[in-house]
Design a protein around this ligand. Structure first.
Ligand code: NAP
Length: 527
């Protein structure tokens, strides 16, 4: 496929103009063709007008049609073949094996949401039949179901070009729900965005849905993103990325005459507590898994375990020695782009200036700065130093982590109580540890979206029970997840129908329940 650098506005292609930019290969510094450009305000307006004009067509299409669209997107992604992987590799330096796996996840998500909407229970249908003879007042017939909210704007993440990008969970669940999508492409991988956009447009064409259901606008710099969030036709925003970006978009959305929700997933430090029983039983094994998790994807995961806490003593020393030895052997790897690499080096350099922190290990092999490579860096400190230095509690995106010595359970509980909202927290321990450290578990429950026992937070399972979010600032709204089937609830709202005749109701609310969906009927959950 020859890339054009075009904007894709409801199927119309517009050549780049105005402020132009290129993608770069972070491993070589090579500028990649073609040239891309910042979308204009007029193009943003055109995309959202088109999205609004097809909203009824998309939302009133049968679930089978929208499911067929998702299946067709999966097929079109597959049909892009190795060319897609190669372009994404050139733009992100993510290894081909990782990209192959991520493409599988993106395809799997399409099929997961297709199955979800074919079945129908996700829409939480509720039926309360009328009781005309109820005393003292008759009860009306009331029925409730979810409906899509309208055009949504999606910002893809730099670190998941497929699974949280143009065809990522945000786009797929929005289309599944019946919301037209306008994607603001990530400027670090615009060629990948273009290829995936062509896949979505081909799928729309295949199933006979209008091209206005999907637009891609490029842009480098904040202007186009802010324009899209401010646009009066935008009904919600999905975002994965930095705290700075997510918060800026939340503020813009809140300041609109008609505020809209911004579902921002902004990352966290994901503390890991290694409790005494686990240290005694398997310190070396946990250390090995920990370094694997810290360095997976060059640490470029919002679930990266950036802080480990243990009770000081010989077992924690052994854990630290083992982790340090493994970290030293980790080869430096190229990060997603030079900006992220520079931020990583600057962030860990700040850590090193803090009194009471020690760099116990870093990759022995030198990191090639001209290839945006990051060395793994493992630090140690005490709980007092961690608690009194706010810069140590901020996420540094990359393969680094701080092993922290606590004196007592109380230290851990106090730290947990002082945490900001987190995507995850992890406990390594035995069942006895869980009993002895129950106050820690109780404290963490109030701070996180996902609590992990004897595992690591990286490598998120895409499934109905996954919650990938958490209290602010991990996410903008603690109720919603950005991964897993429940992510669809970000782009719908409930509507109740009162007194409507059967034939005029949405299918999921009709007494015949032709889809056999699970519903609450007169207070009872049944199919
Ligand atoms: P980012 O800088 O937040 O950018 C994400 C998207 O939002 C881009 O399209 C970006 O484009 C746009 N954006 C950012 N700030 C904006 C603003 N103020 N107004 C309007 N649009 C804005 O994230 P990134 O490039 O993926 O990575 C940078 C940092 O984000 C990393 O160092 C890491 O700390 C964090 N991160 C977190 C996660 C996560 O999973 N939570 C994932 C990846 C990265 P423009 O800047 O061109 O407008």
């Amino acid at each position: 496929m020859t890339l054009t650098g075009h904007q894709f506005i409801a199927g119309r292609e517009a050549a780049p103009h105005g402020h132009l930019f290129h993608a770069f290969n972070p491993a070589t510094g090579e500028q990649l063709e073609p040239v891309f450009g910042d979308a204009t305000h007029a193009e943003a307006d055109e995309a959202l007008q088109a999205a609004e004009s097809v909203f009824d067509t998309l939302r009133l299409a049968t679930p089978e049609t929208r499911a067929a669209l998702l299946d067709a997107i999966a097929d079109e992604i597959t049909a892009l073949g190795d060319a897609l992987l190669e372009r994404a590799h050139a733009e992100t330096a993510l290894p081909m094996a990782r990209l192959t796996g991520e493409r599988g996840r993106a395809i799997g998500q399409c099929k997961l949401f297709a199955a979800l909407i074919r079945e129908g229970s996700w829409a939480d249908p509720r039926v309360d039949h009328a009781l005309p003879d109820r005393q003292p007042l008759p009860k009306p017939d009331v029925r409730r179901v979810m409906m899509p909210i309208g055009p949504v704007v999606i910002f893809g993440a730099s670190n998941f070009p497929f699974a949280i990008g143009v065809v990522g969970t945000d786009t797929v669940c929005a289309l599944a729900a019946g919301c037209p999508v306008v994607v603001k492409g990530h400027p670090a991988h615009p060629g990948t965005c273009e290829m995936l956009t062509r896949a979505v447009l081909a799928a729309l064409h295949k199933v006979g849905l209008p091209a206005g259901c999907f637009s891609l606008l490029h842009g480098k710099g904040n202007d186009i993103g802010i324009t899209l969030v401010k646009h009066p036709l935008t009904q919600a925003v999905g975002f994965t990325g930095s705290m700075r970006g997510g918060r800026a978009l939340m503020d813009v959305a809140a300041a609109r005459p008609h505020p809209i929700p911004v579902y921002a997933e902004m990352g966290s430090v994901n503390p890991v507590f290694v409790l005494p029983g686990a240290l005694k039983e398997r310190a070396s094994k946990v250390a090995e898994a920990y370094i694997g998790s810290v360095t997976m994807g060059v640490g470029q995961f919002c679930t990266n375990p950036a802080v480990v806490l243990g009770i000081q003593g010989e077992d924690l020393k052994q854990f630290t020695t083992d982790a340090a030895a493994l970290a030293a052997k980790v080869a430096p790897q190229t990060m997603l782009h030079s900006g992220i690499c520079a931020a990583y080096d600057a962030g860990t350099a700040v850590w090193q200036t803090v009194d009471g922190i020690e760099l116990v290990a870093q990759s022995e092999a030198p990191a090639a700065a001209n290839a945006s490579q990051a060395a793994c860096r493992i630090f140690t400190t005490t709980i007092d130093v961690l608690e009194s230095n706010p810069e140590l509690r901020r996420e540094v995106f990359g393969p680094c982590s701080i092993i922290t010595r606590c004196a007592t359970l109380e230290d851990m509980v106090r730290y947990a109580n002082g945490l900001e909202g987190q995507l995850t927290a992890t406990i390594h321990g035995t069942e006895d540890d869980l009993r002895d450290f129950a106050p820690l578990v109780r404290a963490l429950e109030k701070k996180v979206g996902r609590l992990i026992f004897n595992g690591f937070p990286t490598g998120i399972e895409v499934c109905p029970s996954m919650h990938h979010g958490g209290p602010y600032p991990a996410a903008s709204h603690s109720f919603f997840t950005s991964i897993g089937t429940a992510s669809i609830y970000r782009f719908v709202r409930p509507i109740s129908y009162q007194g409507f005749p059967e034939a005029a109701l949405p299918e999921l609310l009709q007494d015949a329940n032709p889809r056999g969906a699970m519903r609450i009927v007169d207070g009872e959950l049944k199919r």
